[in-house]
Design a protein around this ligand. Structure first.
Ligand code: RIB
Ligand code: CA
Length: 317
């Protein structure tokens, strides 16, 4: 039987804790994914930290063949606003050995473009931080829009933010970048808070991942344990695996209820900065339904998939 063609993908993270778990989970899918590059953007913590975290995790798990590129150190037009719940380093109290290699010679935007040219019309992009790198790639290389097959983002919300009452963190940090992406014509899947806030890590999941006993499981549990601890000790966010849900949309979309809407992003508002505004009642019939939004999630199905990744894929590695 003909071997199934791998999906070419570039993954852009603001590696923080849930990005780290998403990266670890994705690296267990190299039998399905041709990971052309991994890129880093400023978001949860400054770029120096997100980039080092990303490179160190890729290399600590043995994927030194994957180029890791540094991207934007601040939003397109605004000052960088970081999160506090990922700790100073972005990985809480988790220590990952320093990589022995350098970053890719191209920056993130050019690394995304290079992969798009190599996989004309077939490239998937996962972006789980502010979409600054993607926006720069679109602005710098206008032809990239037809070269990218689909962009999956963790970001936005149909109803109710986590940064403000109106907006989700990634959208709040760089609303201009998200607006450029949504208006570009690229096919976008928005995995927002409406589904990711339903994924608070259950202890049975944490324990089943730990029991897998692989290097990937060990590192993922260290990060998830910090996420649990930060909530208990400091009252920070609970252990929501936001970015893992966005990755899951690529390899296991059946757990998500998806619907296409016309969505734009508020960039002028103060109270509504970064609000992702969907046309639920088709009051703008002249506007193309540009974003496929995740409206609901089969939470049990998601956790069973997540555990399976570490129990089955991890063993096969
Ligand atoms: O709002 C949650 C998102 O913002 C997640 O991607 C988290 O890592 C932060 O980037
Ligand atoms: Ca993130």
């Amino acid at each position: 039987m003909e071997e199934r063609k791998k999906i070419p993908v570039v993954m852009d993270f603001d590696t923080g804790t849930d990005d780290a778990v998403a990266l670890i989970t994705a690296l267990l899918h190299r039998d399905m994914l041709d990971v052309c590059a991994v890129t880093a953007v400023a978001g949860n913590v400054p770029l120096e930290a997100t980039a080092a975290n990303t490179l160190n995790i890729v290399d600590a798990l043995g994927h030194t063949d994957i180029p890791v590129a540094k991207g934007a150190d601040k939003p397109l037009k605004r000052e960088l606003h970081c999160a506090i719940s990922h700790g100073k380093t972005g990985l809480g109290d988790v220590i990952v050995p320093d990589s022995e290699r350098g970053f890719y010679e191209k920056d993130a935007a050019d690394a995304i473009y290079e992969a798009a040219l190599a996989h004309e019309g077939e490239l998937f992009v996962l972006a789980t931080g502010p979409q600054t790198n993607l926006a720069i790639a679109i602005q710098r290389h206008l032809d990239i829009v037809k070269l990218i097959k689909r962009v999956y983002i963790m970001g936005g919300c149909l109803v109710g933010g986590n940064m403000t009452q109106a907006s989700e963190f990634n959208a709040y940090v760089d609303p201009e970048a998200m607006q450029i992406l949504f208006r570009s014509g690229v096919d976008v899947v928005m995995v927002g808070l409406d589904v990711t806030l339903q994924t608070e890590l259950p202890i049975w999941v944490r324990d089943r991942v730990e029991a897998a006993g692989t290097p990937e499981a060990k590192l993922a549990v260290q990060v998830m344990d910090f996420m649990i601890k930060r909530n208990k000790e400091f009252g920070y966010d609970v252990a929501n695996l936001h970015d893992v849900v966005a990755f899951c949309a690529i390899v296991n979309p059946s757990v998500l209820k998806l619907k296409r809407y016309y969505v734009d992003v508020e960039t002028e508002g103060t109270i509504t900065r970064g609000m992702t505004v969907a046309d639920f009642r088709d009051v703008c019939p002249d506007k193309e339904k540009n974003v496929t939004c995740a409206e609901d999630i089969d939470v049990e199905g998601f956790w069973n998939w997540f555990v399976d990744v570490f129990e089955k894929r991890g063993k096969r590695r």
